[in-house]
Design a protein around this ligand. Sequence first.
Ligand code: NDP
Length: 283
Amino acid sequence: MAKIIDGKEVAKKTREKLKKQCEELKKQGIEPKFAVILVGDNPASKVYVKNKSKAAQEVGILFEEYTLDANIEQKELIQLIQELNHRKDIHGILLQSPIPNHLDINEAFRTIAVEKDIDGFHPTNVGKLALGQDTFVSCTPYGIMKMLEEYQISLEGKNVVIIGRSNIVGKPLCQCCLNKNATVTICHSKTKELVNHTKKADVIMVAIGKPKFLTKDMVKEGAVVIDVGINRTEEGKLVGDVDFEEVEKIASYITPVPGGVGPMTIAMLMNNVIKAAKQINHK
Ligand code: NDP
């Protein structure tokens, strides 16, 4: 049976460390604060924003929420980001995705000041990650790296297969694994014979948004399995992209859903706010 990678526990420990750092900053007169922009009323996004505000409160980070109408024009969104860029008391800006289709999310991401880009989606920060330079690493891949570190699972020389190539998860995850000296294969919807790749993997990371997609027959005995997916079943239960009950029988380590990657994503967002607050004030 696989050992469970307890993301909830690692996230709690991370928040405790950050709380101390936050207290230190406050003693220096710096109050870490970030802004979240939510466009429209996507129920899942509302839950994410609520969880982020809860984590911020726990760490002692201040938080401002901007809820914009779904019909807002692009220029209004850009104007808000620019205003927040100029605010001295705001250290980080997060635009909760998805946003309505009529809006250009790429323009919005590149409008966020590079030094306030706590989600790591600005092209400059994406480029820095690719170059292996210090940057704001996007929170989900960063959280996965921290969890692996905590469980002393090294990626060096390992065959890592990532399923999913989105800009927010799959691609930055690929860079993070490369930076840890893994041999990385990235698979997607056009990949042929996916199982031939996954069967050779020492580590499989799945981020596609399809419930129980990764089945036991696709996994090598003893592989480490990281499940990024968050899917809601018809009964309202949260499940990942991995058939957890079956895969845990042959994996060496596995992350559960809920309680795996999700809480770590939020903890790393808090980490990035503290990092931004420190950097802005040391300029
Ligand atoms: P996207 O929809 O942006 O990307 C999905 C990716 O999966 C695409 O690259 C797509 O390929 C690929 N894909 C889809 N179907 C298949 C298939 N049958 N075989 C192989 N590849 C496939 O999703 P996100 O990256 O935004 O999110 C993925 C999942 O992770 C979702 O469940 C989301 O809710 C969750 N998530 C969880 C987070 C957390 O904190 N735990 C944070 C962010 C996301 P192609 O490019 O060819 O279309």
